[in-house]
Design a protein around this ligand. Structure first.
Ligand SMILES: [Zn+2]
Length: 103
């Protein structure tokens, strides 16, 4: 399993709460979001790590898998993450951009 690094908002690219870097073989999670959301974000990124190692592809499909499988493990964190996302308009733009670009 990749090691996990908790980093400040300023060091995270875009508006991500977490990131699974396949190049750096590290999971990055923002240290300014509530703990219960961090737990969900970690489960989400771990799913990306697993799917990457299993060669599963498709941005939208990968996000659905990470959200559903991570959300089943940590439903409260998943709901918290959705609420935080709704109130962070920049995150909407990011998701739309990623889905349109397909990566
Ligand atoms: Zn994701």
């Amino acid at each position: 399993m990749y090691p996990v690094k908790y980093i400040p908002k300023e060091e995270m690219i875009d508006e991500y709460f977490g990131l699974c870097s396949y190049n750096k073989k590290t999971i990055f999670i923002r240290n300014d979001i509530p703990k219960y959301i961090q737990i969900f974000v970690l489960a989400h990124e771990r799913q990306h790590e697993k799917d990457y190692k299993n060669g599963i592809k498709g941005t939208l499909w990968l996000e659905i898998r990470a959200n559903v499988l991570g959300g089943l493990k940590h439903p409260i964190g998943f709901i918290g993450c959705i609420i935080l996302t709704i109130f962070t308009f920049k995150r909407w733009k990011l998701y739309i951009k990623r889905i349109v670009k397909g990566k």
